[in-house]
Design a protein around this ligand. Structure first.
Ligand code: ATR
Length: 281
């Protein structure tokens, strides 16, 4: 537990997260625990920022001398034009989740891609030459597609309620073999028969709505199911569990994207065990 009476001084480095909403975010607990564990005089603060205020919020990083920011829903795409430079990865993904203030110049990066790649590693899943199915084509799907494209997956099926949106996203990852289908096509057993991975990036569960039927039993017995949501038991994962498939939620992605952001800001190796425990608390 972080001491709420810790002293803040003129030396204290400040980082934070902008999003709407951010009150529920576990990132402050995770990062403040890491700062405490490494005895770093740093603090991580949640900043609720409405969409109309994104440009001013990013400019405030310079004005207030913040060391950096995390960016979460719904601002990951909106902050792009307000950064001074982007990493090639952030540019390719089209989303920034981490800003680093380098002497007043703001570098936009994307550590979600690493976070998702670590999720696959944690599940001991090698995607090279294999077939992945991604549900959803919104902001959260971007990092997943980038990580899968880098993983050497032979084929990616991108399933979305609105296929046109998936087509537009697929065009961003030219080079990866992405095939777009409607979300309700996933009840077709033949589509799932060689899938090594299904990833749910949709916000359907948050909205309390059900996904269309999916042929869970048609997947190979060792198929891995991942839902990016964290702290929710989603119908997607519970259905996969009923079919005796391996499942993982978004905890590993959250942990590892945070660990990489921590290292970018502080130059220190992130204390993973401390951060994992803070997330679980
Ligand atoms: P995020 O940044 O969290 O990905 P988003 O950009 O609003 O949020 O994208 C939400 C994704 O969940 C989209 O793929 C959306 O499908 P559409 O592109 O058709 O809108 C999907 N989604 C949201 N609610 C859904 C529902 N009830 N059923 C199926 N898909 C849903």
């Amino acid at each position: 537990m972080v001491n709420p009476l810790r002293s803040i001084s003129g030396q204290t480095r400040v980082v934070g997260i902008i999003g709407d909403p951010v009150a529920h975010s576990r990132s402050p607990a995770m990062h403040n625990a890491a700062f405490a564990a490494l005895k770093l005089d740093w603090v991580y603060v949640p900043f609720p920022v409405a969409s109309r205020d994104v440009a001013e919020a990013v400019a405030a990083v310079r004005a207030l001398g913040l060391a950096g920011l995390n960016v979460t829903v719904p601002h990951k795409e909106a902050v792009l034009p307000h950064c001074d430079t982007l990493t090639p990865l952030a540019r390719r993904v089209g989303a920034v989740n981490t800003i680093v203030n380098r002497d007043g110049r703001l570098l936009g990066d994307n550590t979600d891609v690493y976070g998702f790649a670590q999720t696959l590693r944690g599940a001991r899943l090698r995607m090279r030459g294999r077939h992945a199915i991604v549900l959803g084509a919104g902001g959260a799907a971007r990092a997943v597609l980038a990580a899968l494209a880098e993983s050497g997956a032979a084929r990616i099926t991108l399933a979305n309620r609105t296929p046109a949106r998936a087509q537009a996203l697929a065009a961003r990852f030219r080079g990866a073999r992405i095939h777009v289908v409607r979300l309700d096509a996933l009840d077709d057993a033949s589509l799932l028969a060689d899938a090594a991975l299904l990833v749910n990036t949709t916000s359907a569960a948050l909205a309390g709505s059900d996904l269309p039927p999916i042929a869970y039993d048609a997947t190979p017995a060792r198929c891995q199911f991942v839902d990016l949501l964290y702290g929710h038991s989603t119908p997607f994962l519970s259905s996969a569990q009923r079919a005796n498939r391996q499942t993982a939620d978004g905890a590993a992605m959250l942990l590892h994207q945070g660990a990489r952001a921590f290292s970018l800001w502080t130059g220190r190796r992130a204390p993973l065990a401390v951060m994992r425990a803070a997330l679980a608390a």
